[in-house]
Design a protein around this ligand. Structure first.
Ligand SMILES: Cc1cc2nc3c(=O)[nH]c(=O)nc-3n(C[C@H](O)[C@H](O)[C@H](O)COP(=O)(O)OP(=O)(O)OC[C@H]3O[C@@H](n4cnc5c(N)ncnc54)[C@H](O)[C@@H]3O)c2cc1C
Length: 475
């Protein structure tokens, strides 16, 4: 006889765990299956030279501007042991400017934020200051500070930076400084590209978090997988009896007569068995959809087809440096702005020896990336990219070259940009064509910049939808 659960969640990433937790909390018998041997999905860190390399700034959107329902809220709701360590403030490195370093401060009012943006412009491009800059800047910052999260993510989600700002001011200095910050915030790292294609809404979510302090820029202890995903998973196992089967791949979602009935799982020794459930939640990413359905429902096939046709490409380079402890890193996230080109921005995290869970004794590491439009990327070439990245490091962290113990090869790739994914029609949480089948995660709507907080919020939304549907059936 097949096993039976109320709900099966495919994928133990942040979205799957969050979804499972809310379902379990509501009394459902839940099974979570993941092909990886551990929970966390995309947050599972890599090991390089004995250092743990993981993403480092999970962003939390607080409820003041609309609740993103992210992992921080889930941690509270599940009573999970999640702890955060506030990191140094993000810094901007204005390559070639007279005042090259600026810390991004917390500005409590739109007026304060406007003043700081002017200060930034003064440091980066004083020639563009012009007249009456505050007159236009203050109302713009006020609008950014006061807009509901819904406006940022949905109404302005597909609007380019250019279209948004030129409707508000024709001040060239504001155009410049605003686009420069957006370029860093939305990780395109290319000013021209951001101006013409960047989603202003996605950038503003992060800009507001940086400037307004309307979100945490903190490091979970010791990293996002062990600091967030594992405590959440542990809490929902212990408190709500959610069951996890790890290292087991879901071969397919069973659909019969227009209803999801359960899943077929490949067990550890390769045998396939079916598990039946009232509801199935697919919390994987785009890439897994095609293998999970046979045949794929038409609505999903249409979306996957569109997602497979790349529109914009960006080139990115990624390097990890391992240093001895002869210099002190400060843990800050940084961006570098090249005054000459206006488009070179690099970001990364410097991990000091104070975080021993990430770096062994006497070692520290920096992970860093650089992104350009595909065209610029090809023009610059790998060798120059590698050299420039090291020169920037020396400027950011004097003594870097002498402290350098090891560096990874420059890994490069051309890939569709975040905008490409953002501009795709996202998967909805459910469709009438296949009942009892639900979706959560990075590919679903709404996502706040493909980030941990947004991913978790989609899991919460899906759980709400399932519980609402159960209520309707009962009514
Ligand atoms: C390199 C990188 C850096 C990032 N940096 C940041 C950052 O600094 N800050 C931030 O907030 N966000 C960052 N993100 C984004 C963040 O990681 C994601 O938004 C979030 O973790 C996605 O969670 P998810 O649950 O939707 O998907 P995932 O975590 O990808 O989970 C999907 C799970 O489904 C499982 N799965 C797939 N197919 C099957 C199958 N057939 N059977 C069983 N299991 C299956 C996978 O193994 C995986 O565990 C980064 C992402 C990446 C890749």
């Amino acid at each position: 006889m097949s096993e039976r659960f109320d709900c099966i969640v495919v994928g133990a990433g942040l979205s799957g765990i969050t979804c499972a937790g809310y379902l379990g909390k509501a009394g459902k018998k839940v099974l979570v299956v993941d092909r990886l041997a551990e929970v966390g999905g995309s947050t599972v860190p890599a090991k390089v030279m004995g250092c743990t390399v993981s993403m480092i700034y999970p962003l939390v959107a607080k409820s003041k501007y609309g609740d993103a329902n992210g992992w921080a809220k889930a941690a509270q709701d599940f009573g999970a042991d999640v702890r955060m360590l506030s990191s140094s403030a993000p810094r901007i490195y204005l390559k070639g400017a007279e005042r090259p370093f600026m810390t991004i401060p917390r500005c409590l009012s739109p007026e304060g934020a406007a003043n700081w943006m002017v200060e930034l412009l003064r440091a980066a491009r004083p020639d563009l200051l012009g007249e009456d800059i505050e007159r236009d800047m203050v109302p713009i910052m006020r609008e950014i500070y006061e807009a509901p999260l819904q406006t940022l993510t949905v109404d302005w989600g597909e609007m380019s930076v250019k279209d948004w700002i030129i409707r508000r001011t024709d001040h060239k200095g504001i155009h410049f400084v605003f686009n420069m910050m957006m370029t860093g915030c939305i990780f395109t790292c290319d000013a021209d590209y951001t101006w013409n294609h960047g989603s202003v809404g996605k950038g503003l979510v992060l800009l507001r978090m940086w400037l307004a302090g309307d979100g945490l820029m903190s490091v979970p202890l010791p990293d996002p997988q062990r600091g967030i995903c594992m405590p959440l998973a542990e809490a929902i196992q212990k408190k709500y009896g959610c069951e996890f089967r790890l290292g087991q791949e879901v071969k397919k979602v069973i659909i019969e007569g227009g209803k999801a009935k359960g899943v077929a799982i490949i067990g550890k020794s390769g045998e396939v068995h079916e598990v039946i459930a009232d509801d199935v939640v697919v919390s994987t990413r785009w890439g897994s959809y095609s293998s999970l359905f046979d045949p794929m429902p038409t609505f999903l096939a249409d979306i996957v087809k569109q997602a497979a046709a790349p529109a914009h490409h960006l080139g990115s380079a990624f390097v990890i440096y391992v240093l001895d402890d002869s210099i002190k890193l400060d843990g800050a996230y940084f961006m570098a702005f090249d005054k000459q080109s206006g488009s070179h921005i690099l970001g990364g995290t410097a991990q000091s020896t104070e975080q021993p869970w990430n770096a062994p004794d006497g070692r520290q590491f920096i992970w860093t990336f650089r992104i350009h439009t595909a065209e610029d990327f090809e023009k610059i070439g790998m060798d120059r990219l590698g050299t420039e990245m090291k020169t920037d490091m020396e400027a950011l962290f004097p003594g870097f070259s002498n402290a350098l113990v090891w560096e990874s090869p420059v890994q490069t790739r051309l890939a569709p940009s975040h905008y490409f994914y953002n501009s795709q029609p996202k998967v909805r949480h459910s469709y009438p064509a296949v009942k009892h089948l639900y979706f959560a995660g990075d590919c679903t709507h709404p996502m706040h910049s493909m980030l941990t907080d947004g991913a978790a919020s989609t899991g919460a939304i899906t759980a709400d939808e399932i519980l609402g549907a159960c209520q309707t059936h009962r009514d």
